[in-house]
Ligand binder design. Structure first.
Ligand code: NCD
Length: 309
């Protein structure tokens, strides 16, 4: 059986199908257990540190909530400007310090590759909560749990990924998990925001049927799941380019009504304009249920790397 004790969670590329299924199963067990009590007693006395060098609502709070519901404690900062980073301390020195205080570290950083960099010096597991435009594996795992829960399975699904596929770390990580399943992928992006070639090549090498288009309405006609994403403003050097592309794809109720029946709609959030609020009452709008799955998956990851399951 997959053993995660002491391991870092850095990228969607690191998992086998068996490992993905193990994590989802542990997450589902925690979901069940939380139905009868608000928290468990698995990680009492242990400490999670959350080091967030970039804005976050869901990732940080769900990691913290996850550790508290497992029975552990949390320390950390939500803003690099209040840590010694503002005095010029390197990421490595920050990590070497924090692993003297904590048993596991969840971090987010604007630089691609920063989680690997942290893992190189850390004596405790690093959970990557997003490294620039790189990877976001814990989000990808909660997205997999959401597809599984909403659809009852992952194999056989046609999944459209829409929006900023160039900079979006959530989609970069998610396709690395989906490639282990029998899925069809549709990448919907404007020319400027297409999926990086390295990733389309990786899908090819796993023989994942993949299409690229700039038509959301045509993709919706054949999709079981649509995964909307925000145009990643903070990754643009030229604000005019962002302004031009920010409204590239907007999912409205009118579009949903013409989509393949039973469509499941996901979004890692935050949404800006990608999904109009009249979609929220549609029964397949899963994005806030997706948020809840983040809690269970992060409980599973913390418990697994601490060797508690
Ligand atoms: C995403 C992120 O930070 O990459 N948010 C999240 O973790 N749920 C998506 C985004 O910011 O657009």
């Amino acid at each position: 059986m997959a053993d995660f004790k002491g391991k870092h969670i850095l990228t969607g590329k690191q998992f086998t199908r068996e490992e993905i299924e193990r994590i989802l199963q542990v997450a589902e067990n925690f979901k069940e257990e939380l139905k009868s009590r608000p928290s468990l007693d698995l990680t009492r006395g242990q400490i999670l540190a959350t080091l967030f060098f970039e804005p976050s609502t869901r990732t940080r709070l769900s990691f913290e909530s996850a550790m508290l519901r497992l029975g552990g404690s949390v320390i950390g900062f939500a803003e690099a400007s209040t840590s010694s980073t503002a005095k010029g301390e390197s990421l490595e020195d920050t990590i070497l310090t924090v692993c003297q205080y904590a048993d596991v570290i969840a971090m987010r950083h604007p630089q691609m590759g920063s989680a690997e960099k942290a893992a190189k010096v850390s004596t405790v597991p690093i959970l990557n909560g997003g490294d620039g435009a790189g990877q976001h594996p814990t989000q990808a795992l909660l997205d997999m749990l959401t597809i599984k829960t909403e659809k009852g399975k992952i194999d056989g699904m046609t999944v459209s990924l829409v929006g900023d596929l160039k900079h979006g770390r959530t989609v970069h990580a998610l396709v690395e998990l989906l490639k282990h399943y029998k899925v069809n992928l549709i990448f919907v992006a404007p020319e400027e925001l297409r999926m990086p070639q390295e990733i389309t090549e990786s899908m090819k090498s796993y023989s994942v049927p993949t299409k690229e288009t700039d038509s959301l309405s045509s993709a919706l006609k054949e999709s079981d799941v649509v995964y909307m994403t925000r145009v990643q403003k903070e990754r643009f050097a030229d604000p005019a380019q962002y302004e031009k592309l920010k409204g590239a794809f907007i999912l409205t109720r009118a579009l949903v009504d013409k989509a393949k029946p039973g469509l499941t709609i996901m979004h890692p959030l935050p949404r800006v304009t990608e999904i109009t609020t009249d979609v929220d009452s549609y029964e397949g709008a899963a994005y806030f249920r997706q948020v809840k799955n983040g809690l269970y998956v992060r409980m599973a990851l913390i418990a697994l790397v601490l060797g508690k399951v």
